[in-house]
Design a binder for this molecule. Structure first.
Ligand code: ADP
Ligand code: MG
Length: 388
C-alpha cells in the first residue's frame, strides 16, 4: 500500500542515499548546500561519500535493520548505482519516498528486460537476442556476428563483456561467464556516442540536458564533450535523442535523474544502448557548465522541489581521472601534478577522496569550461599534457 509523503520535504530534513561512491559523494554536496542532512548506506568503510555524509550507515545493501534505520530516519531516499537490490528500494518505500522506484531500477539493471523495454517504448536498439541457454547462441541470427556478448546483470565499464566474431567464440564466452543470462548484440559501426541526462519530477515535469559526446578507452568513459553552440546544427539528432529519453522515462514512470546512452551509426541513425537510473559520469559537466547540476536535480526530484534549468551556460570538456595516473612508466607510485592542472584557469578539479589508486579506478574528473568549445578544448589539451 502506498503511503502519503508530504512534499516538498523541507531543508533540514534527512535524505538517504543508497550507495556511497563518487556519485553519492557529489549528491551529498548538492543536498547539503540546499540545507539537507544526508545518510549514506554503503558496506565499505572509507567510501567516497562516507566522509562527506552527515551519517554513514555501514551495512550491506540488503541488511533489513540498516534499511529500517535509513527509511525511518529519512524523508526521501535515492540511489547512485543501478545494482542496488530492487527489493531494498521496495522495502524502503514502506517508510519514505523512494526515487527511482524499485520497479524502474529492476528493469534497467537487467539488460534483457532493459532492451525489451526500450524496444516496446518505440526506440531502436542494436539487433540482439537474449541468451539464457547455449542453444540460443546456436539459433542466433547470422547478423549478430561479429557481436558482443554482455552479461545481463552487474556489468559496468565494459566488464562482463566479450567481443565475439563467431558462434563458437560466443559459446566459449558464454561458458566463461558461467552460463549466466546474457544478451548477444551485433557489433555496430559507431560514428559517435552520445548520452542524454534528464530529470523527471513527481509532477511529471522534465528537464533534459544538452547531449554529451562520449569517448571511451578500454570500455571506460574517458572524455565527454558538450557544445551548446552546436545545438542548432545538430537539432534533429538531439531532438530525437531527447524525445527517446523522455519517452523511456515516461513509460518507466521514472522519478529522478536518468541517463540514456546512444550510439550514432555511420549512416547517422540513432540507437539506444543502455539506461542508467541515476546521475551519470557523462553528466559531471553539469556541475560547472550548467545552471543546475544533475545532483542538484536529484535532490530537487526526491524532495518535490521545482527542477532547475538544464541550460548549458558554457561549453565543456570533461576528462576522467583514472588511478593509472598514480603510476609512472616504471610502475612506481606518484602524485599527479594538480597545481599544474589548475594553472589552466578554466579547469575544475574534482577528486573523490579514494584512499587507494588502482589502474582503471575512477579517482576524479576535471571539467574544463569555455565560452566556446574551442577554448575549452585548448585548455583541456594543456591539462592532458600536464597529466601525461
Ligand atoms: P557498460 O555497462 O560497461 O557501459 P556498454 O553496453 O555501454 O556497457 O558498452 C561499453 C562500450 O562498448 C560502449 O560505450 C561502446 O563504446 C562499446 N559497445 C557496446 N556495445 C556495442 C555495440 N553493439 N557495437 C559497438 N560498440 C559497442
Ligand atoms: Mg555504457
Amino acid at each position: 500500500t502506498a503511503i502519503q509523503h508530504s512534499m516538498p520535504v523541507p531543508p533540514g530534513s534527512w535524505l538517504g542515499m543508497v550507495g556511497g561512491g563518487q556519485l553519492g559523494r557529489m549528491f551529498c554536496h548538492a543536498a547539503q548546500s540546499l540545507g539537507y542532512k544526508v545518510a549514506v548506506l554503503d558496506p565499505a568503510a572509507g567510501c567516497p561519500a562516507g566522509g562527506v555524509a552527515d551519517r554513514h550507515i555501514q551495512a550491506a545493501y540488503d541488511d533489513p535493520t540498516a534499511l529500517e534505520l535509513l527509511g525511518s530516519l529519512c524523508a526521501a531516499v535515492s540511489t547512485e548505482f543501478e545494482n542496488v537490490p530492487a527489493d531494498s528500494l521496495r522495502r524502503l518505500a514502506r517508510h519514505c519516498a523512494v526515487s527511482p522506484s524499485g520497479d524502474a531500477v529492476a528493469v534497467v539493471q537487467d539488460r534483457i528486460l532493459e532492451k525489451a523495454f526500450i524496444t516496446q517504448a518505440g526506440v531502436p536498439v542494436a539487433p540482439y537476442c537474449a541468451v539464457t541457454d547455449r542453444s540460443h547462441i546456436a539459433q542466433a541470427p547470422a547478423n549478430l556476428f561479429p557481436g558482443i556478448l554482455k552479461a545481463a546483470r552487474l556489468g559496468y565499464d565494459g566488464k562482463g563483456q566479450a567481443r565475439v566474431t563467431s558462434r563458437e567464440a560466443a559459446l566459449e564466452a558464454f561458458d566463461a561467464f558461467g552460463g549466466v543470462p546474457c544478451v548477444l548484440e551485433a557489433m555496430l559501426p559507431l560514428a559517435d556516442e552520445i548520452s542524454v541526462v534528464m530529470a523527471r519530477g513527481y509532477d511529471d515535469a522534465c528537464v533534459v540536458y544538452t547531449p554529451a559526446h562520449n569517448e571511451h578507452r578500454d570500455g571506460i568513459l574517458a572524455v565527454s564533450t558538450v557544445d551548446p553552440a552546436a545545438v542548432q546544427a545538430r537539432q534533429s539528432l538531439y531532438a530525437q535523442a531527447a524525445q527517446a529519453a523522455r519517452r523511456i522515462a515516461g513509460q518507466l514512470d521514472y522519478r529522478g535523474v536518468l541517463c540514456v546512452e546512444f550510439f550514432i551509426l555511420d549512416d547517422g541513425s540513432l540507437v539506444a544502448n543502455e539506461i542508467a537510473p541515476r546521475p551519470h559520469n557523462s553528466g559531471h559537466h553539469t556541475i560547472n557548465a550548467c545552471v543546475s547540476s544533475q545532483f542538484d536535480q536529484q535532490v530537487r526530484v526526491m524532495t518535490g522541489l521545482p527542477l532547475g534549468s538544464a541550460h548549458s551556460h558554457s561549453a565543456s570538456v570533461m576528462l576522467n581521472i583514472l588511478g593509472d595516473l598514480w603510476f609512472d612508466a616504471a610502475g612506481q607510485t606518484r602524485e599527479p601534478d594538480w597545481a599544474g592542472v589548475l594553472r589552466f584557469d578554466h579547469a575544475h578539479l574534482h577528486l573523490y577522496g579514494k584512499a587507494e589508486a588502482r589502474k582503471g579506478r575512477k579517482m576524479g574528473h576535471i571539467t574544463v569550461t569555455g565560452a566556446t568549445l574551442g577554448q575549452a578544448r585548448e585548455q583541456a589539451a594543456g591539462v592532458a599534457r600536464v597529466l601525461g
